[in-house]
Design a protein around this ligand. Structure first.
Ligand code: PGA
Length: 250
């Protein structure tokens, strides 16, 4: 089964208007390649402008979170429909920073993933163990629980993306060992078969956590790694460009 790799940039709470210029440079790098699908998830305030800036390029846009409901009295929140209206194709849900900063549990994440589908967006559902959980050897159990709890049933393989991001590797410069990534991604594929049957083969499973130009090719070459979710190194074309290019040589 061939799955087109997805290289997704998560800008987190970074980016003012000048970042649109950087996005143009990223689009140039992306447009000179054709192997991977490329995505930028800016802060909600930049989404409309970014989608306009990138129209005509191969780079798609996504949100970093959405509310489960379509509209209503939820001050400060943004719905999946609003993201779609602003030009998004994807939305990240259940990022570990949302789970930690906003107390989001698996049930909430699943509701957000369903909302994404309702609005025609592809949810990127994030899972990942904490350092203490890996040290205790319960990382597979943690991921199993998060996956089972956060992934809606009855989705086609191309209607959802999973991102495995060990919490201790995010923004730390540390990455999981290749054999640990391989083990986890195979485990996730197997769990997805339980959740969605043969559609699991079409689901792209991204790795995230300190992906950089220097380690991207190795990580993307691991079985069942179908792309990357990149934070810090997606902010500059000089870093993100080479990561996009690494996906070509898979
Ligand atoms: P990082 O972030 O690449 O800066 O580690 C990844 C993420 O949180 O999605």
């Amino acid at each position: 089964m061939t799955r087109t790799p997805l290289i997704a940039g998560n800008w987190k709470m970074n980016g003012l208007q000048p970042a649109l210029e950087e996005a143009k440079a990223i689009a140039q790098a992306a447009d000179s390649q054709d192997g991977a699908e490329v995505l930028l998830c800016p802060p909600a305030t930049l989404l409309t402008d970014l989608a306009r800036t990138l129209s005509g390029s191969r780079v798609k846009t996504g949100g970093q979170d959405c509310h489960a409901e379509e509209s209503g009295a939820h001050t400060g929140d943004v719905s999946a429909e609003m993201l779609a209206g602003a030009g998004a194709d994807y939305v990240i849900v259940g990022h570990s920073e949302r789970r930690a900063d906003h107390g989001e549990d698996d049930l909430t994440v699943k509701a957000k993933a369903k909302a994404a589908r309702r609005a025609g967006l592809t949810p990127i559902i994030c899972v990942g163990e904490k350092e203490a959980e890996r040290a205790k050897g319960v990382h597979l159990d943690v991921i199993e629980m998060q996956l089972d709890g956060s992934t809606p049933k009855n989705l086609a393989g191309d209607e959802v993306v999973i991102a495995y991001e060990p919490v201790w590797a995010i923004g730390t410069g540390r990455t999981a060992e290749p054999q640990d990534i391989a083990e986890m991604h195979e485990f996730i594929r197997t769990r997805l078969r339980h959740i969605m049957g043969e559609e699991a083969e079409g689901v792209r499973i991204l790795y995230g956590g300190s992906v950089k130009p220097g380690n991207a090719a190795e990580i993307l070459g691991i079985d069942n790694v179908d792309g990357a979710l990149v934070g810090g190194a997606s902010l500059k074309a000089a870093d993100f460009g080479p990561i996009i290019a690494s996906a070509q040589s898979e």
